[in-house]
Design a protein around this ligand. Structure first.
Ligand SMILES: NC(=O)c1ccc[n+]([C@@H]2O[C@H](COP(=O)([O-])OP(=O)(O)OC[C@H]3O[C@@H](n4cnc5c(N)ncnc54)[C@H](O)[C@@H]3O)[C@@H](O)[C@H]2O)c1
Length: 967
């Protein structure tokens, strides 16, 4: 404890923390009613309050005996702590993300996406960082303008040791709101603020007060306004609101709320104006409205830097003349970049002098004199935050919120007039020590409450992890886990199908800071995505969706809105095979893609990256680019090809750990930037060396080539299966043997009844067509053969069934186990089961079908649909009013097989391996046949039971050998 002599020997470098303390030998600028200045003044502080203030000699004489500590301020200036009456602490981490843009872009495209993505941790760190900057500029009290995660903000304020009026960002309506905000109702807004009030009002030794917020009139219903007004009255607290910021706001109010001028006129009309309203900015007000504000005792926060950046000249001189209490605010970091109230004082004075020329045609250097500005930053600030009983001036009985300014460094020396020097010369660096509530929060430029060193290391480390990439109008901050800076990317995916749904769900899961909206024209499909019964079955999908839905993953039919708001638009719509006209039966039908592209061009108001997710013919990107460019109205679109390689049934695993992600784009600087932006999204979880970047055409061809190669492998092994059956070889042994060759590899070598799914056939047909169009008939024929073998395999299977059963299945009951095109999916598109069933029905069989994931109506629909109709959006597919009499759908395998003559295994569901085949056999007609189209059953075991078994590509049963040839 320092107990220096009353002669004042201690240096300012030895400030300490005591419950009683004298600060003396200071120039004290009190900002009290008489504007007293003590040239050699002293204060006696007891705990959190100023006990006495006066001449140094008097204070020392009277209180030295009682003081734990006596500090000689060596002629430095002692001021009341500054009050910053409008600051967004949540926005500190967004410094620099919205420079040089208009207010609506600033708000809708930059700040809201940023804020709506903030985590609690982000808010905490952001407030700490903002607080550090505020303290360095001498702020001891601030009014939060409306931010995210108020509880975290309060935690930071408590740690910083500052005084604050905290407000939650509150909006219950309006254009352009991020989806997670748009769902908030008026009741939610009111309720959450009441809860915050109950939790934090008067917290941190009374340093925290909770106010109520209205973000701005365009995002507030009348009910919210009125209930906020009444609630603030009842709770005896203030309301913080952005008011009359831009002419557009006034125009919207005039148009929608039927008043003859802007926001202030309307607020007066509904009796919202009252003396606890802190009206931020208040730039676009006319003479009458100034009168209304004055009469109601409304306080105005003038934020000169941000006004000059985006809003305009506020009539501050006129407001002051009308006796309105005007104070100063910095606004948030993205509207100002400097969180220094010292800078704001300087700017306020200059801007309002400069405005005189603009407003009255002549200069007026006396407009906003230095003392007025200093009042705005101190006592007016205190009045604005309804705390002037305690702070804003240095007076006995008030709280010890004080700032020590060193006037002896270069910016301020020589000091002729202390007041003007404080406003016109002082820089933030002149603020050396800050006390709030009787506690030093900064001494000799070192903040005591938060470790600045650790914060600096933290930021440096995170900065190193940042690679800021300008993404058209938005900055994407790519960061490693653990960083607190948030991204502001909005993704929209058109098409909520097997690809769009799971892909976007995984992006949302892996990138919590990205907002993902999946949109579709099909209302039932979107409803299902929003329900407990997802429209598609994929192992693991439900868990992923449940974790993100409503947080950063949204399913919606409001296609245009989400496309308009997105930075990146994925297109994952159907690309079926054409059924009519040029290229019918082969070429891809791009109707849905084209209409999506035209819609994107129509609704876009900002630059976008458009990503081909659907499988498309090569050169589609060029066509889409043309559509977008010719309809763009100056908007820049970058097209990327990002084909999806997921396999249904293992989609979530494939998306979590993809073999590779392929991104193709234009090889221009803009194209490369777009590739980088998409790469940054995947880089959240995919190792960099697995993200392959190519030109557009390579990416498009690669997808078709990959599917063609995969399908070709199946057709190759299936072709071998026919030869095995003819020769007595076993296709499983052959596959095993050739799979050992490392050049061939063991995967995808299972013989079966044929490949299915929405892609293989369609993509190969498409490839064939492209080859033909490019004058490559030999190449086209080569790939055509892959489909022919697939069709042959299905026909061969049907023939085997029929010929085995005495060459007729007419009237016989055949059980079909499995209808999906593969296990672990409910997808039946192009499933071989359709062709097999149709083949058997052609021979008048009665079918009893069971599949664990395919409902009855799908089976009935699929068996009646024309080829290729299936790949159109569900609502455009022909409905099937009738049911096929030959088909019944069973609820389990035992029901399906009861009384049947034969069983066909058409999908490799695991449950079919473990059925009680003895029981099945007992309940079947004899001789009982099993036709294993997937080679999953133990043939020998079944034969022992008594079954006659056909298993693709395996040595034939004696019974079958005697039957006629089937190929
Ligand atoms: N299913 C797969 O395994 C897979 C794998 C890789 C690639 N692909 C390709 O991805 C694309 C989509 O396949 P999918 O299986 O998801 O198809 P899908 O039929 O399941 O989904 C497509 C969705 O797009 C919607 N849609 C169509 N036009 C629209 C429009 N203008 N606006 C909004 N929504 C629209 C449809 O209503 C449908 O819900 C296809 O090109 C396909 O070839 C599929």
């Amino acid at each position: 404890m320092e107990t220096n002599s009353s002669g004042g020997g201690s240096s300012s470098g030895s400030l300490g923390s005591s419950s009683t303390m004298i600060l003396h030998n200071a120039v004290i600028v009190t900002m009290d009613k008489e504007s007293r200045v003590f040239r050699n003044g002293g204060v006696f502080v007891v705990q959190d309050r100023i006990k006495a203030i006066g001449q140094s000699a008097d204070i020392l004489q009277q209180f030295s005996q009682m003081a734990d500590q006596i500090i000689d301020l060596q002629s430095q200036i002692l001021l009341p702590g500054f009050v910053n009456t409008h600051v967004h602490t949540s926005q500190q981490l967004a410094k620099g993300i919205a420079d040089d843009v208009d207010l609506m872009t600033w708000l809708h495209d930059r700040i809201w996406p940023y804020e709506s993505n903030m985590t609690e941790e982000d808010s905490y760190i952001s407030t700490l960082l903002c607080g550090i900057e505020l303290i360095h500029s001498g702020v001891t009290c601030f009014a939060e303008a409306g931010g995210q995660h108020v509880s975290e903000m309060a935690k930071a304020v408590e740690l910083l040791g500052l005084r604050a009026c905290l407000v939650q960002s509150t909006m219950d309506c309006g254009e352009g709101l991020p989806a997670s905000w748009a769902v908030r109702t008026t009741d939610d807004c009111i309720q959450s603020q009441k809860e915050l009030y109950a939790k934090h009002h008067h917290a941190a030794d009374g340093r925290i007060r909770i106010w109520f917020g209205i973000r701005q009139i365009m995002n507030a219903t009348d009910r919210l306004l009125l209930e906020t007004r009444d609630m603030a009255r009842e709770f005896k607290t203030g309301i913080h609101m952005h008011v009359a910021e831009i002419p557009y706001e006034n125009q919207v109010v005039m148009d929608t709320r039927k008043v003859d001028h802007g926001t202030v006129t309307f607020l007066d009309k509904i009796e919202f104006l009252q003396n606890n309203l802190l009206s931020a900015h208040t730039v676009w007000v006319n003479h009458t409205e100034i009168g209304l504000l004055s009469r109601a005792g409304v306080k105005v926060s003038h934020c000169p830097a941000s006004a000059m950046r985006m809003l305009g000249f506020a009539p501050i001189k006129e407001m002051l003349h009308a006796d309105i209490c005007v104070s100063l605010g910095t606004d948030g970091a993205p509207s100002n970049n400097r969180m220094s109230i010292v800078d704001e004082m300087y700017l306020a004075s200059l801007i309002n002098k400069g405005r005189e020329v603009f407003a009255n045609g002549t200069t007026d250097p006396a407009a906003l004199p230095a003392e007025t500005v200093l009042r705005m930053a101190t006592i007016n600030g205190a009045k604005s935050v309804l705390w002037d009983n305690d702070i804003g001036s240095l007076e006995a009985g008030k709280k010890a919120d004080m700032v020590v300014v060193d006037p002896f460094s270069w910016p301020m020396v020589p000091v002729h007039d202390r007041i003007t020097s404080l406003v016109y010369c002082m820089r933030t660096e002149n603020v050396v020590s800050v006390m709030c509530n009787g506690q030093w929060v900064m001494k000799n430029k070192k903040i005591l409450t938060v470790d600045e060193g650790i914060m600096a290391i933290f930021l440096k480390n995170n900065n190193n992890k940042l690679t800021n990439t300008p993404l058209n109008n938005t900055m994407i901050a790519k960061l490693e886990p653990g960083s607190y800076v948030v991204k502001m990317v909005k993704i929209c995916c058109i098409g909520a199908g097997y690809v769009g749904g799971p892909t976007m769900a995984v992006i949302a899961l892996k990138c919590p800071s990205i907002e993902v909206a999946v949109v579709d024209i099909s209302v039932p499909r979107i409803n299902a995505w929003n329900s407990d019964q997802l429209p598609i079955y994929e192992p693991g999908l439900e868990e992923v969706v449940k974790q993100c839905r409503g947080k950063n993953l949204f399913f919606s039919t409001d296609v245009e809105k989400h496309v308009r708001e997105a930075n990146i638009v994925f297109v994952s719509v159907n690309t079926p095979t054409k059924t009519q006209g040029l290229g019918a039966g082969k070429a891809a039908d791009l109707t849905y893609w084209e209409s999506a592209a035209r819609m994107i061009a129509d609704v876009s108001k900002s630059d976008k990256i458009v990503v081909e997710k659907s499988t498309v013919p090569v050169k589609t990107a060029e066509a889409i680019e043309k559509i977008l460019m010719h309809n763009s109205r100056g908007i820049n679109f970058q097209i990327l090809s990002n084909p999806e390689f997921l396999a249904e049934g293992t989609a979530i695993n494939d998306l979590f750990k993809p073999d590779r992600v392929l991104i193709g784009g234009r090889e221009t600087p803009e194209g490369m930037k777009a590739i980088k932006a998409l790469k940054d999204v995947y880089a959240h979880w995919v190792p960099e060396d697995r993200i392959l970047c190519t030109n557009l055409w390579s990416a498009e061809v690669s997808k078709l080539a990959a599917n063609a190669f995969l399908a070709q492998r199946i057709s190759s092994v299936n072709a071998m299966s026919a030869l095995c059956e003819a020769t007595g070889a076993d296709v499983s042994q052959v596959s095993h043997a050739i799979g050992f060759d490392s050049r061939i590899g063991p995967k995808f070598l299972n013989a079966s009844v044929g490949f299915g799914g929405s892609c293989f056939q369609k993509d190969i047909l498409n490839l064939v067509y492209i080859c033909e169009c490019n004058g490559l008939p030999e190449v086209a024929n080569y790939w055509k053969q892959v489909i022919k073998v697939n069709d042959y395999q299905k026909t061969r299977f049907v023939n085997r069934v029929v010929s085995s059963m005495f060459n007729t299945v007419s009237g016989k009951k055949i059980a079909i186990l499995g209808f999906a095109f593969k296990k672990d999916t409910g997808d039946t598109r192009e499933t071989p089961a359709i062709d097999v069933c149709k083949g058997l029905m052609g021979d008048k069989a009665r079918l009893s079908i069971y599949d664990p994931q395919v409902p009855q109506e799908h089976i009935q629909r699929d068996l009646q649909m024309n080829k290729f109709d299936w790949d159109h959006p569900i609502h455009l597919q022909p409905t099937s009013p009738s049911t096929i009499n030959q088909v019944i759908v069973a609820s389990d395998a035992y029901e399906a097989t009861k009384d049947s003559h034969g069983v066909c295994i058409l999908t490799e569901w695991d449950e079919f391996k473990n059925l009680d085949y003895q029981k099945i056999y007992n309940n079947m007609q004899k001789p009982a046949f099993v036709f294993d189209g997937r080679n999953i059953l133990d043939v020998e075991k079944l034969r022992k039971i008594g079954f006659i078994v056909y298993s693709i590509g395996k040595p034939l049963d004696k019974w079958l050998k005697d039957m006629p040839a089937v190929a």
